[in-house]
Design a protein around this ligand. Structure first.
Ligand code: SF4
Length: 330
């Protein structure tokens, strides 16, 4: 019996922009079977782009700048709650000396300096600080401060049948600060299914947490009007921040143009989750990560256009780190 030898002899060679085809025969001069192997040649370089409006919004930028200024002077500084919903940025500031405390720890402090982050605080926090010689470095975002004032004014209007309703997440610090303006009487709703708690025999003033989804807010307001069979007054104040709502349309456009979208946001970031949902609807190849280490090379293999973007609490240095890592993988 003749010994069969498998000789791979190249009998042809073709190239496309992305692939090489190697055509060979298992037996010399008897090409009854032809094997075609294909390998990617990567002739096109992967392009990685960070979306232009990404990085901190001005409210978060202001809080971080204030913290850095004080820490640089060597003073001890506490921050009530996470200064920003981004673990990596918190770690960077804590390495500079920032001490993050929760509200329980805050109520054990006296004679010190405490930073209030962009989300704002209810009146009870200011009162405790006054009574315990705590100097507050108030970095509440001016947009949140303005919303607090509007809600307080609305609550204090002399109408006995008025309900203040806030579209938001009841446990979110900004919402806690807003509800605090109404002696904790405001009703918080997150979904249309929550509207059952509203008394439609009373008039309604509707507001939104600044980082909510504009389309959901509109849907909620429309539903309130539909259920208003008693024709009571409904006043809708669209209080979603332009730094968030303005980013929505830009992200949709950006996501549509990319093969793959990498969204970088903190695990606790409310607007991160909301903005990511918008990206995912525009591009199903969108992935949420919190750090460069979470990148999965399989997501971006064979991609030519990779987009990187983030929440209003995602620092630009982190987006740049992720973009660099993608470039290295690609
Ligand atoms: S998202 Fe808007 S309201 Fe919230 S901190 Fe940033 S700028 Fe201020």
């Amino acid at each position: 019996m003749s010994q069969r030898r498998w000789l791979h002899i190249q009998v042809g060679f073709q190239e496309t922009p992305n692939f090489q085809f190697l055509i060979s025969s298992p037996e010399a001069w008897k090409p009854s079977v032809v094997i075609i192997t294909m390998k990617k040649t990567d002739s096109k370089k992967m392009k990685v782009e960070i979306e232009g409006s990404s990085g901190f919004c001005f409210g978060v930028r202001n809080a971080v700048d204030k913290a850095e200024d004080i820490l640089r002077s060597g003073e001890k500084l506490y921050c009530l709650g996470d200064i920003v919903h981004n673990g990596q940025e918190i770690a960077r500031l804590e390495a500079l000396g920032l001490i993050t405390i929760d509200s329980q720890q805050f109520r054990n402090l006296k004679n010190c300096k405490v930073l209030l982050r962009a989300h704002g605080e209810p009146p009870s926090t200011y009162q405790y600080a006054r009574e315990n010689n705590i100097e507050l470095i108030d970095a509440t975002c001016p947009i949140v401060l303005n919303l607090q004032k509007k809600i307080k004014k609305s609550y204090q209007e002399p109408t006995s049948d008025k309900q203040v309703v806030i579209f938001g997440k009841s446990t979110h610090p900004e919402v806690i600060s807003l509800v605090g303006q109404t002696e904790n009487k405001a009703i918080v709703v997150e979904n249309i299914s929550d509207l059952t708690v509203i008394d439609f025999s009373k008039s309604i003033s509707l507001y939104a947490q600044t980082t909510m989804d504009t389309r959901k807010f509109k849907g909620l307001a429309d539903e309130l009007h539909l259920r208003n069979i008693n024709q009571k007054g409904i006043k809708v104040t669209q209080s979603i921040c332009g730094a968030v709502s303005g980013r929505e349309s830009k992200l949709i456009e950006f996501a549509k143009k990319k093969d793959v979208l990498i969204f970088v946001g903190g695990k606790k970031s409310s607007n991160g989750k909301m903005l990511f949902g918008i990206c995912l609807a525009a591009n199903k190849h969108s992935y949420y990560i919190s750090s460069a280490e979470e990148l999965n090379p399989a997501w971006i293999s064979n991609s030519e256009q990779v987009g990187v973007c983030g929440a209003t609490s995602t620092p630009i240095w982190l987006l740049e780190r992720v973009a660099k890592q993608i470039q290295q993988i690609g």
